[in-house]
Design a protein around this ligand. Sequence first.
Ligand code: SF4
Length: 311
Amino acid sequence: MKVLLAAPRGFCAGVNMAIQSLDLALRHLGAPIYVYHEIVHNRCVVEDFQEKGAIFVDSLEDVPVGATLLFSAHGISPEVRQGAEQRQLFAIDATCPLVTKVHLEAIRFAREGYTILLIGHEGHDEVIGTMGEAPEAILLIESPRDVDEIQLDDDAKLAYLTQTTLSVDDANRIIERIKERFPQVVGPPREDICYATQNRQEAVRNLAAEADVVLVLGSQNSSNSQRLKELAREHGKQAYLIDDAQDLQNDWFKADDRVLVTAGASAPESVVNECVVYLQQHFDAELEERTIRDEEVHFVLPRELRDIVKS
Ligand code: SF4
């Protein structure tokens, strides 16, 4: 067996920043630290922080008045921000700057009178947060068929935005359909699907042809991880999305398979290592790292934490 280890893989700059923020908050402010939604969509990361005293909530009512609340990497709507103020919470905003960029674009387009077609997945935390910036101006679009069903004049003033973690290919298909129906539509100045999502998809696109099986480390509720699994399957490969080595099943593999291993942007490197070790121990796998692009992106800590860490 040969393991092809894709790079870039795993934690992106936004996830690194969010995780570091929660870690520092726990160390400097002490447990419990409340977190609005999962800090990142990864079971292993969430369970690890629960053991250290983080409490994940889906409603502000579950946070005691005056407590510390951290907003996760996926961002929040203005309503949640205001609710936290009313509850006199000490809020730390660990929203990824690339998600904030999409929020700011939504605010600007709405202010300029556009109807915004937001391409994304219903119910995803990021989509809920972005739609909350201008609920009266945003329509959610999940497929080309949704474009056909839009009930607006053909010359409507329209803009499109996208969730940051979509499949590049699926998003392009929807954007093409929007442009066919509404040629006047305008898009964001720079595309919204983030560098980390694009790079991890590019690695699978480039390397899948060499593999018999593709393993994607990530949780089922991680959008960008799901897209990696789908992309591998679109290339005709047997592909599995797994949280860690405990999910591996020996009958997925033949002794001489080439196994491409990658990880979504919220999956820690430790679970990648566990999987590689498992394949080495059970199939005597050789390891080869394949880097298709270097990543040098870092985001600064939230302002509220910078002050605390300095003092
Ligand atoms: Fe930010 Fe992209 Fe990472 Fe999401 S996947 S946290 S948008 S860098």
